[in-house]
Design a protein around this ligand. Sequence first.
Ligand code: PLP
Length: 278
Amino acid sequence: MDQIYLNGSFLPRSEAQIPIMDRGFLFGDGVYELIPVFNKKVFLLEEHLKRLKNSLNLIQMNDIKGLDKIISTLIKKNTKNTFFIYLHITRGVQSSRNHIYSENIEPTILLMCEDYPSFSKNEIKQGFQATIQNDFRWMKSNIKSISLLGNVLLKNYASNNECYETLLMRDNRLTEGSTSNVFIVKDEIIYTPKLSNELLPGVTRGLLIKLLGQNNLKVIESDISQSDLINADEVWCSSSTNSVVPIIKVDNSIINDGKTGKISIKIYEIAQDFISDF
Ligand code: PLP
């Protein structure tokens, strides 16, 4: 996992350096993707590159060509079979620290491999706890921005409270988790917040909606209130790191008598099969 890609070169991680005038370092001015690689095969690459293009576009940066070739070289250069590619693009290095960006600077492009910290099937079956917080982040959470301070504080809030995730409410609407999208089940119908500028269009969210539909499970994209959330029959979080993470307790509210629900387990297994067959 030692070889990384930085601005045109493959080199050991320990030798890579970023200038202090990089706008990513000074302003968090950039976007990223986390792309799973299973058995040396990149998972849903097209979907990740499409979202990256959209994030770049939303921060007025041009699309970056040739990333697929860099990714396949990086996979060959690394010995592990299953890991993540962390792809990080900043607006680049500018000679003075100025909020106003120069139009003619070159983007900084970094790709590196990271371990895949997924839960075991037993952990998934046991379920996890979550907590609710106000979504105090900015109003462009659909951009996969490297400015992650809000998400960092919210994920640490979960961790400090022995929870897997912090579920975020804005004006009594569930938006997402600090590092995941959220689904709930009520009376066998599945609900997830509809896409907007308030949440990331998760690649896994899109995959699960497709797989649920193919398995005759109805999904409705709609507003979910705090009361809907804590009174749900099932709740799960989705992300590229862990496709389905069942939640069995939200603060003091016990979900499904503290047991992982049957639809959560079913979609977890469907997603695992899809990954194995990929
Ligand atoms: N929402 C946030 C805030 C995230 O950070 C993530 C993943 O990192 C997700 C949702 C899930 O996105 P994906 O399924 O593309 O990993």
